[in-house]
Every structure is written in structure tokens, then in C-alpha cells.
Design a protein around this ligand. Structure first.
Ligand code: HEC
Ligand code: HEC
Ligand code: HEC
Ligand code: HEC
Ligand code: HEC
Ligand code: HEC
Ligand code: HEC
Ligand code: HEC
Length: 677
């Protein structure tokens, strides 16, 4: 049994695929080398200055929005009217917007009965055991367009109930997961009561402030705390307990005074799904405002783990809401003009137009607030007026209409494309990707082909700018992937292309063309300045099994980016390069990196290969401490214990695996076999 596991793909073990959910996804919460925790020995060696500093709360301590409101009353009252504050609320009549007046919903596989008794809300629906039961709704998420009810289970998991209330439109209950995933039975990972749908794992990081989730492996119990439900002051200003004491501006983050890219990270931490270096349960390695995005996160673009994400069009633009960071960082406005969210949006507590758009100042009459945001950087186009837009209808003068069309799906609502592109109707013809012209021109006669011709007639210079998305679509297209190699190589090699798209191209090249991808990957690696791109090229070289690139990877084991370091070490170790081993050992032992899951997992595998079972067990157990829900590792551990005759421990690990992944066949079969013994 042990031997069969040696062949297991190391990479799939290390990465858990992110759950696909109502609005957005993440794999794992963050990490970074910054903000060292106070050393335990400071008390002993304290100088007088250190003593007075010690009396202050840690820079990582949260105060909660109530405290901020004591001095910043105006901000507090304005914020509490804003949707950010409603990102998570207690299910009280004040916050619940869904219809609980004995309402009923029936989908393909789900059915639910909603009811209210005094001030409490309930949903009756199918549970994990296949029986109907009534679940109290303790929390609700959102409420502007959609509101998701949450119930807390006896073991402390927060589970998102199966049926959501769609506020906009008709105001009705919907089962969005079923629409996206198909019929859901209790043994499906995305059945509402399963771990993949737990809010701790999939939602709370972006819907609370100061989240700290713990799991007790022995008691199988979750404990969840936060400074505030919803997106409160300290999500954007950083932990503020010390500032509350000192009132010193130095002790709090002012997003507008940060360098622009750090200001972008404040919003980007939530407005786009991402992978995190350190696992979900590690609150000490969570991103804080003022820090660098790339030290904690890798934005998910086109791929989720090894899978093609359903949340992107073929040309690399997000097709689903809450991916504004991924969209904007692809735009020329960001890449050439340095535009960040705060170029157009403002704080939730500052007076603003809808969607937190800055109030227009000095904009020509009749210009919408959205369009006014473009004026500062594109005054020449404003001056051109109809010469640029070629339309007479007022609606078709709006920059947003052609450059931020509402083609992004927000569950059941249409949101704006934040890639700020020029329309490319040819891509609609070739790949079915929506374009801005046809967002208005919906008449049967106004086919995308017709729009493409009209566009070429009115905007002859457009061809050049359209090349970019045409090439991206030819690169990422799945239907004729066999022909995509020259396009992928061109995207990868283009220094003016967005690093996230070049990185995705590197991974696609390796997945689709294996060893043949190696020359293009190697020739781009040396000039790859962006850490995301570097780390994805290294990952791609690993996928392509490019042993010949080993010497180029060795210096990257000392890269300033921990993402790149980790990737280089893992890749070299998997390629069997002896130079990686001491570095891998160091990653698992050094305090600042010992919380990374993948190095422990890989070291466990390499130890197994060398038949050092005690060490393999130690490393796998450590990885499971960090990621107690990693079913594949639990099964592997069970096999090791079984081989050693420790059946009790094997059974425990398997029961844990089934607890988190009820459908895991490996775990179920082994459990059944153990029962027979
Ligand atoms: C006891 C009163 C008090 C409390 C409580 C308080 N602040 Fe302040 N805060 C101040 C004062 C006073 C200033 C202005 C300092 C100045 O302008 O020199 C300030 C300034 C700020 C600034 C601007 C910083 C800058 O660089 O200009 C921000 C942002 C801020 N506070 C956020 C918060 C947040 C978030 C909280 C809750 C965690 C909070 N404050 C709690 C008194 C307080
Ligand atoms: C901790 C996560 C988090 C951070 C940080 C964050 N947001 Fe949000 N944002 C959300 C969530 C969640 C919602 C949806 C809230 C709801 O509707 O209940 C939202 C909603 C919005 C909206 C729609 C608001 C409306 O009125 O409907 C805008 C615009 C927005 N955010 C912009 C920003 C900008 C700009 C920043 C940075 C200054 C930022 N956000 C920081 C999570 C976050
Ligand atoms: C979604 C992110 C977000 C949240 C939540 C948020 N702020 Fe802010 N805050 C900002 C941004 C962005 C600015 C800078 C706005 C600007 O200067 O245009 C700001 C500025 C401030 C300032 C400085 C104002 C000034 O005149 O310079 C204070 C004080 C402040 N916020 C307090 C708070 C308090 C208190 C809360 C909670 C009740 C809070 N903020 C919640 C994003 C946020
Ligand atoms: C990576 C951060 C992130 C994660 C994780 C996340 N969300 Fe969100 N969510 C957002 C942002 C940001 C918005 C605001 C919409 C936008 O940006 O387009 C949002 C909006 C929503 C809304 C719409 C709110 C409204 O008022 O209309 C709902 C409902 C929601 N999320 C539920 C969830 C649930 C349930 C989960 C977990 C299964 C989840 N979200 C996970 C960031 C996140
Ligand atoms: C160049 C200007 C610009 C930039 C930069 C920008 N936005 Fe927007 N955003 C807009 C406009 C315009 C709207 C639509 C406002 C309206 O509805 O009137 C919008 C709408 C939104 C919405 C509401 C949902 C929707 O799409 O209708 C969210 C959420 C949002 N933006 C978040 C962000 C975040 C987060 C960033 C940074 C990653 C960002 N935006 C950067 C202009 C911008
Ligand atoms: C912070 C400055 C800034 C803001 C704000 C801004 N842009 Fe841009 N934008 C730029 C720069 C710089 C370029 C690159 C110009 C070039 O390539 O000639 C650009 C390029 C573009 C392009 C060409 C895209 C392409 O693929 O070549 C379009 C379209 C565009 N912007 C539309 C908008 C719209 C619409 C808005 C408002 C919603 C906006 N921009 C806001 C700076 C900005
Ligand atoms: C009716 C559709 C339409 C409207 C409305 C529109 N544009 Fe454009 N825009 C286009 C097309 C098509 C192109 C491509 C032509 C080209 O590359 O010169 C383009 C190109 C651009 C470019 C890149 C080319 C350049 O000259 O820099 C920018 C920037 C831009 N638009 C900004 C804006 C702004 C700002 C507004 C609002 C004042 C706006 N557009 C309104 C259709 C439109
Ligand atoms: C905001 C909605 C809107 C968008 C976006 C839009 N149009 Fe139009 N278009 C109109 C309206 C309304 C008219 C008729 C009056 C006028 O000229 O403004 C029109 C007229 C036209 C006409 C004249 C012939 C006819 O079919 O009526 C052409 C050609 C055209 N648009 C092409 C385009 C192209 C190409 C794009 C994309 C670059 C585009 N439009 C984007 C609304 C839109």
C-alpha cells in the first residue's frame, strides 16, 4: 500500500484546489516576512525606551470599529451606512433582506422552506444525513444584490446555506451553486453542508475584519473570532489598537498616503481571488494594509490550481464579479498610467457617487460620475468629444459604455469590466467573447460581424490596439489549444503584457506542450522582473520537467520573493537535484518559513522514498497540523500507520479525511477495509 503512494503526483498533493463559490474564491490566506512579532526576550533585556513601547498594544492588535468611532464619529456613521459594513451581519431583522415569510424554493436538487419566528430566521432543507432539518440562520452575507444566509454547526463550522436571496431583479430565492455545479447531493464536495462550503475556508477572510480561525484536531472543533463582522475600519487602515492609545497618525495606515501600489493592495486583498502563501489557519501571516500584495498573494488568473477557471473569458479578462484587481492590473490605465482603485473610487465614509465613485469635480455638464473618473488622465479624448465616440446619442458618449461594458457576471447581475479595453467584436465572432458594441447593439441585424466592420470604418486606428486581445484569445483558447503555441510564446515574451497573463501563458505552455515549452520558458526567465511571473515560469519549468534549466533555478533559491524561493526549491527537489535538499530542510525548519505547507509535504515524500518512515510521518503530521482539512495527506498518513500496524491512528486519520472530504474514495475504501479487519 505504501509503495503505490510513492508514485502520487507531488504537486497535486501540495495544492488544494480552491472552492468555487457564489462570488469569489481564494485558496489559502496569506503570509509575509514583515512585521516581526515581539520577541519573547524583550521583557528581559528591555531598555527604558523599550519598556515604554512595551506598554503599548502590539502593532498587530485590533481595536474594533466601535473604538475608532469614539473619535472618528463621522467616518463611523458614514461607514455603517455602506455596503462594506454589511459584508457580514448578524441575522437580525435590521440586516436580513430575504423573504422569510413562510417562503419556499424548489430547484433541481435543492429544496428549502424559509420561516421566521419572532426575530429569528430559519431554513429547512436537506442535511448531510439525507434528512430534512431546520437550520437557524445566525449570519447573513451582503444584501445589496445578493444575500447569503449562514448557519453555524455544532462543531463550529460556518456553513453557507444552499439557497440565497437575490435582492435585485425580482427579489427571489435562488440556488446559485446548483446552477454552477449541477445537481448537488450530500456526497458532493459543494453540497452546502460540506467543508468546501464552510465560510471560514471560503468566505470570511474577505467578509470580516481581523479574522482568526483555529481548529482543534483532537476535539474536531472550530473556533472563529474577528474584530468586526464585515469590512470595517481596520480592513483598510490596518490593526489600530496602538493608534487608539497614541492617536498618532504613524500608528495607522492612510491608504491615500501610501505609495500607489500599496494603496492598490489594500483593496486588492479582497477584490479578487488569490492564492496565499501560508495556510488559512495561520492568522499571524495574514496580509495587513501597508504591506506588499505580492509578499502574500498570487492573484488567480485563468487557472485555479491546475484547472482552467470558469471565471475568465478566453482573452484573459475576468468574466465574474469581485475580480476587479485581476481586471485592472491587466489594463493599460494601470500598466502605463498607474491607475489604482483609488484613482476613481474613494473611502466608503467619504461623500461619494454610487459604488464609492469619487464625486466629479470640474467635469463637463451631463457627464456621469463614472465617466468623470477618466477625465484626469484622458483630457485629450474628452476634448475630442463626438470625434472620438462617433455617436450622437447621449448614452453613447459615456466612456464607460464602450470601455467598461456591463459584461461581468455577478451571480445574477451584470457588473462592469474593469480591464478598460477597446472593444473587439472579432473575438465575439471567433470565440464568443462579449464586446461593448453589442452590449447596446442587440438587434438581430447588428451581428458582431457587422459591428466589427462598423468599428473598422469609424476607428481605423483601432486595429492596432485590438491585436492584444486577439492574440490573448488565440493563446488561451481551449477548443483549438493545439494551435496555441506561437501565441502563448508571444504573450510570454512580451515585456509590455501584464505579468499575470504572461505567467498564465507560461503555465499553459508547459501544460499543453511539455518539454517543447522549455526553450521559451528559459529565455524569458532571466528578464522576468515581476515575482509572480518568475515564480510561474519556475512552476512551468517543473511541469515541463526541464532538468536542463536546473542551473538557472539554483540562484532563485535565494530570490528576495519567498514565493519564488519556495517554487525554485520545490521544483529543483522534484527534479531530483541534490542542491535543493538542504534548502528544503531549511524551509521546513526556519521559524519564518516552517508554517509553509508544501515544503513539509515534499520533504515527507522524499523521506518516504528514502524509507525514513519516522521522518516522513513527522513531516506529514506537521503539514496536517497546518492544513487539517488536507484529505489526501490524511489518507497518506493512514497508510503509513496501517503499514506500521497502528490501526487506531490510521482510522482516526481516515475519519478526519471523510469529515472534510466525504466523497474521498480512497479514505472510504480504506475505512471499510479497516472495519472488516
Ligand atoms: C482616542 C481618539 C482616537 C481613536 C480611538 C482613533 N483615532 Fe484615528 N486619529 C485620532 C486623531 C487625533 C488623529 C489625527 C492625528 C493628526 O492629524 O495628527 C487620527 C488620525 C487617524 C487617521 C489619519 C492618519 C493620517 O495619516 O493622517 C486615520 C486613518 C485614523 N485615525 C483611523 C483610525 C482608526 C481605523 C481607528 C480605530 C482602530 C482610530 N483611528 C481610532 C484619534 C483617534
Ligand atoms: C476586507 C475586504 C475588502 C477590502 C479591504 C475592500 N473591500 Fe470593497 N468590498 C468588499 C466586499 C465583501 C464588498 C461587498 C459588500 C456587500 O455588498 O455587503 C465590497 C464592496 C465594494 C464596492 C461596492 C460598494 C457598493 O456601494 O455597493 C466597491 C466600489 C468597493 N468595494 C471598493 C473598494 C475599494 C476601493 C477598496 C480599497 C480602498 C476596498 N473596496 C476594500 C470587500 C473589501
Ligand atoms: C474599504 C476601505 C475603508 C474602510 C472600511 C474604512 N476606511 Fe477610512 N479611509 C479609506 C481610504 C481609501 C481613505 C483615504 C480617502 C481619501 O483621502 O480620499 C480613508 C481615510 C480615512 C481617514 C482620514 C481622513 C482624512 O481626512 O484624511 C480616517 C480618519 C478614516 N479613514 C477613518 C476610518 C474609520 C474610523 C473607519 C471605520 C468606521 C474607516 N475609516 C473605514 C478606506 C477605508
Ligand atoms: C477574495 C475575497 C472574497 C472571498 C473569499 C469571498 N468574497 Fe464575497 N465578495 C467579495 C467582494 C470584493 C465582493 C463585492 C463584489 C465585487 O467586488 O464585485 C463580494 C460580494 C459578495 C456578495 C454580494 C453582496 C451584496 O451585497 O450584493 C455575496 C452574497 C458574497 N460576496 C458572498 C460570499 C460567500 C458566500 C463567500 C464564500 C463562499 C464569499 N463571498 C467569498 C470578496 C470575497
Ligand atoms: C478608471 C476608473 C476606475 C478604476 C481604476 C476602478 N474602478 Fe471600480 N468602478 C468604476 C466605475 C466607473 C464603476 C461604476 C460606477 C457606477 O455604477 O456608476 C465602478 C464600479 C465598481 C464596483 C461595483 C460593481 C460593478 O462593477 O458595477 C466595484 C466593486 C468596483 N468598481 C471595485 C473596484 C476596485 C476594487 C478597483 C481596484 C482594483 C476599481 N474598482 C478600480 C471605475 C473604476
Ligand atoms: C491614472 C490615469 C488613468 C485613468 C484614471 C484612466 N486611464 Fe485609461 N489609460 C491611461 C494610460 C496612461 C493609458 C495608455 C495610453 C496609451 O497607450 O496611449 C490608458 C489607456 C486607455 C485605453 C486604451 C486601452 C488599450 O488597450 O490600448 C482605454 C480604452 C482607456 N485608457 C480608457 C479609460 C477609461 C474609460 C477610463 C475611465 C473609466 C480611464 N481610461 C481612466 C491612464 C488612465
Ligand atoms: C462609442 C464607443 C466609444 C466611446 C463612448 C468612447 N470610446 Fe474610447 N475608443 C473607442 C474605440 C472603438 C477605440 C479604439 C480606437 C483607437 O484605438 O484609436 C477607442 C480608443 C480609446 C483610447 C485609446 C486610443 C487613444 O486615442 O488614446 C482611449 C484612451 C479612449 N478610447 C478613452 C475614451 C474615453 C476617456 C472616453 C469617454 C470620454 C471614450 N473613450 C469613449 C470607442 C469609444
Ligand atoms: C451606449 C450604447 C451604445 C454603445 C456601447 C455603442 N453604440 Fe452604436 N449606437 C447606439 C445608438 C443609440 C445609436 C443611434 C444614434 C447614434 O448615432 O448615437 C448607435 C448607432 C450606431 C451606428 C449607426 C448605424 C446603426 O446601426 O444605427 C453604428 C454603425 C454603430 N452605432 C456602431 C457601434 C460600434 C462599432 C460600437 C462599439 C465600438 C457601438 N456602436 C457602441 C448605441 C451604442
Amino acid at each position: 500500500m505504501l509503495r503505490s503512494h510513492l508514485a502520487l503526483c507531488l504537486i497535486t498533493l501540495a495544492l488544494t484546489a480552491a472552492p468555487s463559490t457564489g462570488c469569489s474564491r481564494q485558496s489559502e490566506p496569506p503570509a509575509a516576512p514583515s512585521a516581526p512579532a515581539p520577541k519573547p526576550d524583550t521583557a528581559v533585556k528591555a531598555t527604558p525606551a523599550a519598556t515604554s513601547a512595551k506598554a503599548l498594544p502590539s502593532p498587530d492588535a485590533y481595536a474594533g470599529s466601535e473604538r475608532c468611532g469614539e473619535c472618528h464619529e463621522d467616518e463611523h456613521s458614514a461607514w455603517s451606512q455602506d455596503w462594506h459594513s454589511r459584508a457580514l451581519s448578524q441575522a437580525t431583522p435590521k440586516f436580513v433582506v430575504g423573504d422569510f415569510r413562510d417562503a419556499h424554493f424548489k430547484g433541481d436538487s435543492s429544496e428549502a422552506w424559509m420561516s421566521r419566528r419572532e426575530d429569528r430566521f430559519f431554513m429547512r432543507t436537506l442535511g448531510l444525513d439525507g434528512n430534512l432539518a431546520e437550520y437557524p440562520v445566525q449570519w447573513v452575507v451582503g444584501g445589496k444584490r445578493m444575500q447569503d444566509p449562514v448557519t453555524v454547526t455544532a462543531d463550529g463550522r460556518w456553513q453557507v446555506l444552499p439557497v440565497y436571496f437575490h435582492v435585485t431583479g425580482k427579489g427571489e430565492w435562488v440556488d446559485y451553486s446548483e446552477q454552477k455545479q449541477g445537481r448537488l447531493s450530500p456526497d458532493h464536495p459543494f453540497f452546502w453542508a460540506n467543508f468546501a462550503r464552510s465560510a471560514q475556508h471560503a468566505c470570511l477572510d474577505c467578509h470580516t475584519t481581523g479574522l482568526d480561525v483555529r481548529y482543534d484536531r483532537a476535539a474536531h472543533q472550530w473556533a472563529t473570532t474577528f474584530a468586526d463582522p464585515g469590512v470595517a475600519c481596520e480592513s483598510c487602515h490596518g490593526p489600530g489598537a496602538r493608534h487608539v492609545e497614541t492617536q498618532d497618525p504613524k500608528d495607522i495606515v492612510h491608504p491615500k498616503h501610501l505609495p500607489p501600489e500599496l494603496g492598490l493592495a489594500v483593496c486588492g486583498q479582497c477584490h479578487g481571488p488569490r492564492r496565499t502563501l501560508f495556510p488559512m489557519l495561520d492568522a499571524s501571516h495574514r496580509f495587513r494594509p501597508g504591506r506588499r500584495y505580492e509578499d502574500y498573494y498570487q492573484p488567480m488568473v485563468l487557472l485555479v490550481g491546475g484547472e482552467r477557471s470558469g471565471d475568465y473569458f478566453e482573452d484573459g479578462r475576468p468574466s465574474t464579479s469581485s475580480f476587479e484587481y485581476q481586471a485592472l492590473t491587466q489594463s493599460q490605465c494601470h500598466m502605463k498610467g498607474g491607475a489604482t482603485c483609488l484613482s476613481c473610487h474613494t473611502a466608503p465614509h467619504v461623500e461619494h457617487a454610487p459604488n464609492e465613485i469619487q464625486l466629479p469635480e470640474g467635469a463637463p455638464a451631463g457627464v456621469s460620475a463614472g465617466t468623470a473618473t477618466c477625465q484626469g488622465c484622458h483630457p485629450d479624448i474628452f476634448a475630442e468629444g463626438k470625434r472620438h465616440t462617433h455617436h450622437t446619442a447621449p448614452a453613447a458618449q459615456d466612456c464607460i459604455a464602450c470601455h467598461m461594458p456591463p459584461i461581468v457576471s455577478g451571480v445574477l447581475d451584470q457588473l462592469l469590466d474593469h480591464t478598460m479595453d477597446v472593444p473587439v467584436p472579432e473575438n465575439t465572432v471567433k470565440h464568443g467573447i462579449p464586446n461593448a458594441c453589442n452590449a447596446c447593439h442587440t438587434h438581430a441585424k447588428q451581428k458582431p460581424e457587422v459591428m466589427a466592420k462598423a468599428l473598422a470604418r469609424w476607428w481605423p486606428e483601432a486595429k492596432q490596439r485590438q491585436q492584444r486581445r486577439l492574440r490573448l484569445a488565440d493563446a488561451f483558447v481551449t477548443k483549438v489549444a493545439a494551435k496555441s503555441r506561437p501565441f502563448l510564446e508571444a504573450v510570454l515574451a512580451d515585456p509590455s503584457e501584464a505579468p499575470s497573463l504572461r505567467g498564465a501563458a507560461a503555465l499553459y505552455l508547459a501544460r499543453r506542450f511539455r518539454q517543447e515549452a522549455t526553450p521559451a520558458l528559459r529565455s524569458t526567465l532571466g528578464g522576468a522582473k515581476d515575482p509572480l511571473l518568475r515564480s510561474q515560469i519556475v512552476e512551468a519549468l517543473g511541469l515541463a520537467k526541464a532538468r536542463e534549466a536546473a542551473d538557472e533555478l539554483v540562484p532563485l533559491m535565494k530570490d528576495p520573493s519567498l514565493w519564488v524561493r519556495q517554487e525554485a526549491i520545490l521544483t529543483l527537489a522534484q527534479l531530483g537535484d541534490a542542491r535543493a535538499l538542504p534548502e528544503l530542510e531549511a524551509l521546513t525548519r526556519q521559524p519564518e518559513t516552517s508554517g509553509l505547507v508544501m515544503p513539509h509535504t515534499l520533504l515527507g515524500h522524499l523521506s518516504l522514498r528514502r524509507k525514513d518512515v519516522p521522518k516522513a510521518t513527522r513531516e506529514f503530521e506537521r503539514a496536517v497540523d497546518l492544513q487539517p482539512y488536507n484529505a489526501e495527506l490524511l489518507v497518506l498518513l493512514a497508510d503509513i500507520y496501517t503499514a506500521q500496524g497502528n490501526l487506531a491512528k490510521a482510522r482516526e486519520r481516515l475519519e478526519d479525511a471523510v469529515r472534510f472530504a466525504p466523497k474521498n474514495q480512497g479514505a472510504r475504501k480504506r475505512l471499510a477495509a479497516l472495519r472488516d479487519r
